[in-house]
Ligand binder design. Structure first.
Ligand code: 5AD
Ligand code: SF4
Length: 436
């Protein structure tokens, strides 16, 4: 039996797909195929954070139905599955089952139940031990919590992934240990709100917070690098940032979602912090780790956003000089509180697009300037790829500050080497190996 799977959305979805694949391989005998037309089971792991991918879902299902092998099943998984539930089967007769995010552990049973819909966002698989593989990649994903308790006005996630539950420490440590034994050197910890770890468990559990979890994980021998995504700016205590700064296994790159720089917009987004708080945390972080790489998410065109609010966002961008900036035009999502405001305060599309454009153009320039400052710096790079193109042969990997670095020689994948940045082309960094 062959499985074809398409994964949209965030790292959490990528990890869910990995779990789905392993469960189906180990328990149902499936093998993966990249060819749609030879698959017996076709899965789409969906994202619903913005409207567009959700709209594309039904045309995609139509395409799969037309090009699939006779008798092949189609399943819709992930966040759109949670958000739409039975409606998906009603809208498309081609869909055989619907499996919501947070119900992933039911994959091996649902494939045998025609037209089943499992989308319970209160379902708790935080203690489920998924099938694992004997070989792991150098970089691996590891869930530390499910769901999200925040109620950001624009965000659909609490309605697709339910309330926040932390995964017990011993399960996380066991999984991390296994990954390392199977070859992993770097682990990316995943949660909607990682630095809220330990707030709620579904079984009795000793008190622990995210800083404690980081300390425990860094005790694993052979685990060389730890990353995490995403932390919330509100929970960035000094003690957490101190651990981030001091712990040599924690990579010095961090995603701190800003969303907006305007206090009025942050308030109506219900983000729980102000521009001053955000900048204060950045200042503390940069004081502790001057070379830290910072990435962020920004939404433009949130209802009520005036030009002056957007200028506040630009002010923060100028001040922080993010290395990576993910930016989006606001997209109204069902169930969320900003959705219920209707068109009352909505920002015209062309104005929102203009703001997005200005933000992205400015960020591109900042990234180039940041890149020039990399010249002569020394980074530890984990090699992830060897590539041959028509004019170059090189290895590439990420610095602990999360910059992609190209090295013009072949180095074994999985090796961590010390590299000096010797050339910058646009925002691409080239380096030479100092020490392997
Ligand atoms: N519209 C636009 N962007 C959104 N995001 C979340 N919800 C929405 C929405 N309704 C963005 C946020 C979040 C990232 C994953 O997606 O910036 O951090
Ligand atoms: Fe991930 Fe959010 Fe998309 Fe769900 S809706 S896949 S949690 S980005």
């Amino acid at each position: 039996m062959k499985l074809y799977i398409e994964t949209l959305g965030c790292a959490m979805n990528v990890r869910d797909s990995e779990h789905i694949i392993l469960e189906l391989q180990k328990k149902e005998g499936y093998t993966l195929t990249p060819n749609l037309n030879e698959a017996d089971l076709i899965l789409i792991n969906t994202c619903s954070v913005r409207e567009k991918p959700e709209q594309k879902l039904f045309s995609e299902i139509g395409y799969f139905a037309k090009n699939k092998k006779e008798g092949a099943k189609i399943g819709v998984c992930g966040c759109t599955a949670s958000a739409m539930g039975h409606e998906i089967i009603k809208k498309s007769p081609h869909v055989d089952f619907v499996l919501g995010a947070r119900n992933v552990s039911k994959i091996t049973s649902i494939i045998h139940r025609p037209k089943a819909v499992e989308v319970d966002i209160d379902f708790d698989d935080s203690t489920y031990v998924f099938a694992d593989s004997k070989k792991s990649s150098y970089k691996a994903l590891l869930n530390i919590s499910i769901g999200c308790d925040k109620k950001c006005a624009y965000c659909i996630v609490p309605f697709t992934r339910g309330k926040e539950i932390s995964i017990p420490l011993d399960l996380i440590l066991k999984e991390a240990q296994k990954l390392v034994e199977n070859g992993t050197k770097e682990i990316l910890l995943l949660g909607q709100n990682v630095n809220n770890y330990g707030i709620r468990f579904s079984t009795p559990h000793a008190k622990i917070d995210f800083t404690g979890l980081l300390r425990e994980l860094s005790g694993i021998r052979g685990l060389e690098r730890i990353r995490f995504t995403s932390p919330h700016p509100l929970h960035m205590s000094d003690s957490f940032l101190d651990e981030f700064a001091q712990n040599p296994k924690i990579c010095k790159s961090i995603h701190i979602p800003l969303q907006s720089g305007s206090n009025q917009i942050l308030k109506s987004m219900k983000r729980g912090y102000t521009q001053e708080w955000y900048l204060n945390r950045i200042a503390y972080l940069k004081q502790r780790v001057p070379h830290v790489g910072i990435s962020t998410d920004i939404i433009v065109g949130f209802p009520g956003e005036e030009d002056s609010d957007f200028e506040e966002t630009m002010k923060v961008v100028e001040s922080v000089r993010f290395d990576t900036l993910y930016s989006f035009v606001y997209s109204p999502r069902p169930n969320t509180s900003s959705y219920s405001w209707g068109d009352k305060k909505s920002v015209p599309k062309d104005i929102a697009k203009e703001r997005l454009n200005r933000l992205q153009t400015r960020h591109k320039k900042i990234l180039q300037e940041n890149s020039m400052e990399e010249l002569g710096k020394i980074h530890k790079v984990l090699i992830e790829n060897n590539k041959i193109t028509s004019n170059e042969t090189f290895s590439e990997g990420r610095s602990d500050t999360n910059r992609l670095v190209k090295i013009r020689e072949f180095i074994d994948m999985g090796e961590i080497c010390e590299v000096i940045i010797s050339q910058v082309k646009g925002s691409t960094l080239y380096g030479e190996v100092l020490c392997r």
